[in-house]
Design a protein. Structure first.
Length: 177
Protein backbone atom coordinates (compact mmCIF):
# COMPACT_ATOMS: atom_id res chain seq x y z
CA UNK A 1 0.00 0.00 0.00
CA UNK A 2 1.13 3.51 -0.76
CA UNK A 3 1.17 6.25 1.84
CA UNK A 4 -0.90 9.39 1.80
CA UNK A 5 -1.74 12.34 4.07
CA UNK A 6 -5.25 13.42 5.03
CA UNK A 7 -4.95 16.89 6.60
CA UNK A 8 -7.97 18.06 8.62
CA UNK A 9 -8.07 21.84 9.17
CA UNK A 10 -10.71 24.02 10.82
CA UNK A 11 -11.52 25.99 13.93
CA UNK A 12 -11.20 24.66 17.47
CA UNK A 13 -14.29 22.58 18.19
CA UNK A 14 -15.12 22.05 14.51
CA UNK A 15 -14.86 18.26 14.83
CA UNK A 16 -11.45 17.67 13.26
CA UNK A 17 -10.11 15.21 15.82
CA UNK A 18 -13.42 13.44 16.35
CA UNK A 19 -13.89 12.76 12.63
CA UNK A 20 -10.19 12.01 12.14
CA UNK A 21 -10.32 9.35 14.88
CA UNK A 22 -13.16 7.56 13.06
CA UNK A 23 -11.35 7.79 9.71
CA UNK A 24 -8.20 6.46 11.39
CA UNK A 25 -10.02 3.45 12.87
CA UNK A 26 -11.69 2.63 9.55
CA UNK A 27 -8.42 2.83 7.62
CA UNK A 28 -6.75 0.55 10.18
CA UNK A 29 -9.64 -1.89 9.81
CA UNK A 30 -8.99 -1.86 6.06
CA UNK A 31 -5.38 -2.88 6.66
CA UNK A 32 -3.56 0.45 6.49
CA UNK A 33 -0.78 1.37 8.85
CA UNK A 34 -2.01 4.72 10.18
CA UNK A 35 -0.30 7.44 12.17
CA UNK A 36 -2.46 10.25 13.57
CA UNK A 37 -0.73 13.56 14.23
CA UNK A 38 -3.19 15.53 16.35
CA UNK A 39 -2.41 19.19 16.97
CA UNK A 40 -2.89 19.05 20.75
CA UNK A 41 -0.71 15.96 21.10
CA UNK A 42 1.99 17.26 18.75
CA UNK A 43 2.22 20.47 20.79
CA UNK A 44 3.04 18.47 23.93
CA UNK A 45 5.83 16.50 22.23
CA UNK A 46 7.20 17.73 18.89
CA UNK A 47 6.35 21.41 19.32
CA UNK A 48 6.61 21.83 23.09
CA UNK A 49 7.62 25.38 23.91
CA UNK A 50 6.04 26.99 20.87
CA UNK A 51 3.48 29.70 21.55
CA UNK A 52 0.62 30.92 19.42
CA UNK A 53 2.19 33.77 17.46
CA UNK A 54 1.96 33.47 13.69
CA UNK A 55 5.62 32.45 13.54
CA UNK A 56 5.17 29.73 16.17
CA UNK A 57 1.97 28.45 14.57
CA UNK A 58 3.76 28.27 11.21
CA UNK A 59 6.72 26.44 12.79
CA UNK A 60 4.31 23.94 14.34
CA UNK A 61 2.62 23.25 11.00
CA UNK A 62 5.97 22.99 9.21
CA UNK A 63 7.09 20.39 11.75
CA UNK A 64 3.87 18.41 11.38
CA UNK A 65 4.15 18.61 7.57
CA UNK A 66 7.74 17.35 7.63
CA UNK A 67 6.90 14.41 9.90
CA UNK A 68 3.82 13.60 7.80
CA UNK A 69 5.94 13.58 4.64
CA UNK A 70 8.45 11.13 6.16
CA UNK A 71 5.79 8.76 7.49
CA UNK A 72 3.76 8.82 4.25
CA UNK A 73 6.93 8.27 2.23
CA UNK A 74 7.45 5.10 4.25
CA UNK A 75 4.03 3.88 3.09
CA UNK A 76 1.73 4.75 5.99
CA UNK A 77 -1.51 6.66 5.92
CA UNK A 78 -1.08 9.85 7.93
CA UNK A 79 -4.03 11.63 9.49
CA UNK A 80 -3.35 15.19 10.63
CA UNK A 81 -5.90 17.06 12.72
CA UNK A 82 -4.62 20.54 13.49
CA UNK A 83 -6.23 23.96 13.31
CA UNK A 84 -3.44 25.07 10.94
CA UNK A 85 -4.93 28.54 10.50
CA UNK A 86 -2.71 29.92 7.74
CA UNK A 87 -3.07 29.01 4.07
CA UNK A 88 0.63 29.53 3.36
CA UNK A 89 1.69 27.10 6.12
CA UNK A 90 -0.74 24.44 4.85
CA UNK A 91 0.56 24.99 1.32
CA UNK A 92 4.11 24.50 2.61
CA UNK A 93 3.08 21.25 4.30
CA UNK A 94 1.61 20.13 0.98
CA UNK A 95 4.88 20.87 -0.83
CA UNK A 96 6.75 18.72 1.71
CA UNK A 97 4.37 15.78 1.25
CA UNK A 98 3.53 15.76 -2.46
CA UNK A 99 6.94 14.64 -3.78
CA UNK A 100 6.33 11.42 -1.83
CA UNK A 101 2.59 10.90 -1.42
CA UNK A 102 -0.86 12.37 -2.09
CA UNK A 103 -1.93 15.25 0.18
CA UNK A 104 -5.67 15.51 0.77
CA UNK A 105 -6.84 18.63 2.58
CA UNK A 106 -10.12 18.26 4.48
CA UNK A 107 -11.67 21.58 5.46
CA UNK A 108 -13.96 21.09 8.45
CA UNK A 109 -16.01 24.18 7.66
CA UNK A 110 -18.10 24.22 10.82
CA UNK A 111 -19.12 27.85 11.50
CA UNK A 112 -17.61 29.80 14.39
CA UNK A 113 -21.01 30.10 16.07
CA UNK A 114 -21.40 26.30 16.18
CA UNK A 115 -17.83 25.79 17.42
CA UNK A 116 -18.42 28.37 20.16
CA UNK A 117 -21.74 26.73 21.08
CA UNK A 118 -19.98 23.38 21.52
CA UNK A 119 -17.00 25.01 23.31
CA UNK A 120 -15.63 21.58 24.33
CA UNK A 121 -12.71 23.04 26.28
CA UNK A 122 -14.27 26.32 27.48
CA UNK A 123 -11.82 28.23 25.29
CA UNK A 124 -14.28 30.32 23.28
CA UNK A 125 -15.92 31.70 26.42
CA UNK A 126 -12.49 32.72 27.71
CA UNK A 127 -11.48 34.18 24.32
CA UNK A 128 -14.70 36.21 24.00
CA UNK A 129 -14.10 37.48 27.54
CA UNK A 130 -10.60 38.62 26.52
CA UNK A 131 -8.90 36.10 28.81
CA UNK A 132 -7.14 34.35 25.89
CA UNK A 133 -5.25 36.37 23.31
CA UNK A 134 -4.43 35.12 19.81
CA UNK A 135 -7.35 32.67 19.79
CA UNK A 136 -8.03 31.47 16.26
CA UNK A 137 -11.33 32.71 14.86
CA UNK A 138 -11.83 35.26 17.66
CA UNK A 139 -8.69 37.38 18.17
CA UNK A 140 -6.43 35.65 15.61
CA UNK A 141 -7.25 34.89 11.97
CA UNK A 142 -8.27 31.61 10.38
CA UNK A 143 -7.71 31.53 6.62
CA UNK A 144 -10.16 29.12 5.03
CA UNK A 145 -8.61 26.82 2.44
CA UNK A 146 -8.96 28.15 -1.10
CA UNK A 147 -9.26 24.73 -2.76
CA UNK A 148 -9.49 21.80 -0.33
CA UNK A 149 -10.04 18.37 -1.79
CA UNK A 150 -12.85 17.71 0.70
CA UNK A 151 -15.13 20.09 2.63
CA UNK A 152 -17.41 19.01 5.46
CA UNK A 153 -19.56 20.92 7.95
CA UNK A 154 -20.21 18.92 11.10
CA UNK A 155 -23.21 21.04 12.14
CA UNK A 156 -26.18 18.75 12.67
CA UNK A 157 -24.30 15.76 11.24
CA UNK A 158 -22.99 12.86 13.28
CA UNK A 159 -19.23 12.31 13.40
CA UNK A 160 -19.78 8.92 11.72
CA UNK A 161 -21.64 10.54 8.84
CA UNK A 162 -18.88 13.13 8.42
CA UNK A 163 -16.24 10.37 8.44
CA UNK A 164 -18.22 8.45 5.82
CA UNK A 165 -18.12 11.51 3.53
CA UNK A 166 -14.34 11.68 3.91
CA UNK A 167 -13.84 7.94 3.37
CA UNK A 168 -16.06 7.92 0.27
CA UNK A 169 -14.10 10.85 -1.15
CA UNK A 170 -10.81 9.03 -0.50
CA UNK A 171 -12.21 6.00 -2.35
CA UNK A 172 -13.27 8.17 -5.31
CA UNK A 173 -9.74 9.62 -5.41
CA UNK A 174 -8.41 6.05 -5.43
CA UNK A 175 -6.21 6.85 -2.45
CA UNK A 176 -7.56 3.97 -0.35
CA UNK A 177 -8.00 1.49 -3.18
Amino acid sequence: MSGFVVWFTGLSGAGKTTVANIVEAELEQRGFVVDHLDGDIVRTHLSKGLGFSKEDRDANIHRIGWVASRVARAGAAVIVSAISPYEEARRHARTLVEPHAPFIEVYVATPLEECARRDPKGLYAAAFAGEISDFTGVSAPYESPSSPEITIDTTGVSPSESARVVLEALERMAVTA
